[in-house]
Design a binder for this molecule. Structure first.
Ligand code: F6R
Length: 364
């Protein structure tokens, strides 16, 4: 049931504070300020390498996970889309943890990649939303998201719940590898515990985003820029916009702007910049300013400090709460989803059932 919401997608966007909190409850011990994983029959401390495989939106969770696992656990991480991974004869050294990420647990390519890893003796974990699915049954370690049924074809709440579990897994790996002090772990646990409230604060900007959607709805092309863990979120923003509004959109790593895409920039191309303040902020802003000098219509999504520093000459700014830059994608996902939603509504497309798309892709 959609309740008061016009579409399942909007309802599911609004469920995020609750379902992310619900998911985190299984992975955080608030009192001890520690992350906790379900019982497992292998030693996480023996893992020397991580391979993350998924499709679409779930693959961006894998890309963000790479930033987290490398940063916290100092383990090398490889991320690939399942349709490429399964056919390229990948090298699978011993002591690899293979991680699949899937809302449905039935995506054909991801399932085949999981079976390939298992057949090659790799220990597997799955971040999965449907506990009765094929992948949930076949992984060695099931890491459930508790997003509840996701009806809208465009994934929203499953994405943020997958990120929450990926963050917990990253911290757990880091502890198992002896790379995280109890104080550092407590700090990340606090950040994660506060993320549902930050998501709520992000949702409060719904009306502003709706008000500017008309401007974006008239565009033929839209570019999204982000750096570090916000780069995969830029890819997610572009995917969300194209799948439900049918506007051509691309996500780029901010630093790649001048290596080609800047040629596309003129005053007809909106540029959505995802830039929480932090160590990477100035770099992203300088890329943004290069685009502004060529007439780009910038929407800056940042926090109060970032907007105060770089909010001039934009067509709009959307102010997110101040969060640790590493967990920013969990919060910045909200304006990205709402923007795609309102643009699609402004264009009159079928938000919950976009053309040509299926909720679960069980054929290759
Ligand atoms: C995009 C979207 C898809 C899915 C992809 C994987 O909004 O929903 O890109 O993320 O088809 O599906 P699951 O997670 O079920 O494996």
């Amino acid at each position: 049931e959609k309740g008061n919401h016009a579409h399942f997608m909007l309802k599911e966007i609004y469920e995020q504070p609750v379902v992310v909190a619900q998911t985190l409850r299984s992975y955080l011990r608030a009192v001890e300020q520690r992350v906790a994983m379900p019982q497992m029959d292998f030693d996480l401390g023996a893992i020397e390498r991580v391979v993350i495989i998924a499709c679409g939106t779930a693959s961006y969770v894998g890309m963000i996970g790479k930033y987290w696992i490398e940063r916290f656990a100092r383990l090398p991480v490889e991320v690939d889309v399942a349709s490429e991974y399964r056919y390229r004869d990948p090298v699978l050294p011993l002591n690899t943890l293979g991680v699949v990420v899937s809302q449905s647990g039935e995506t054909a390519d991801t399932l085949a990649a999981l079976r390939h890893m298992k057949a090659n003796g790799v220990t597997t974990a799955g971040i999965i939303n449907v506990p009765t699915s094929s992948m949930a049954r076949e992984v060695d370690l099931l890491l459930s998201t508790h997003a509840g049924p996701e009806i809208g074809v465009a994934s929203t709440k499953a994405f943020t719940c997958q990120l929450a579990v990926m963050a917990a897994l990253s911290v757990n790996l880091a502890r198992a590898k002896g790379k995280l002090t109890p104080e550092e772990e407590a700090d990340i646990v606090t950040q994660l515990t506060e993320s549902p409230a930050a998501i709520n604060a992000a949702l409060a900007h719904d009306d502003e985003i709706k008000a500017m959607a008309g401007t974006i709805a008239g565009a033929r092309d839209v570019l999204y820029l982000g750096r570090g863990p916000d780069y995969p979120l830029a890819l997610e923003g572009a995917l969300k916009l194209k799948e439900i509004s049918y506007i051509h959109a691309e996500g780029y790593a901010s630093g790649e702007m001048k290596h080609g895409p800047i040629a596309l920039i003129d005053d007809s191309v909106p540029l959505i910049v995802l830039a929480p303040s932090g160590p990477l902020f100035d770099k992203t802003v300088s890329n943004m300013q290069e685009a502004q000098a060529r007439g780009a219509q910038v929407v800056l999504i940042s926090d109060a400090a970032g907007i105060a520093q770089a909010g001039e000459n934009t067509i709009a700014t959307i102010e997110m709460p101040q969060v640790h830059p590493l967990i920013a994608p969990i919060v910045y996902a909200v304006p990205v989803q709402l923007l795609a939603y309102h643009v699609a509504v402004a264009k009159g497309t079928d938000v919950d059932q976009p053309r040509n798309l299926a909720k679960s892709v069980t054929v290759e």
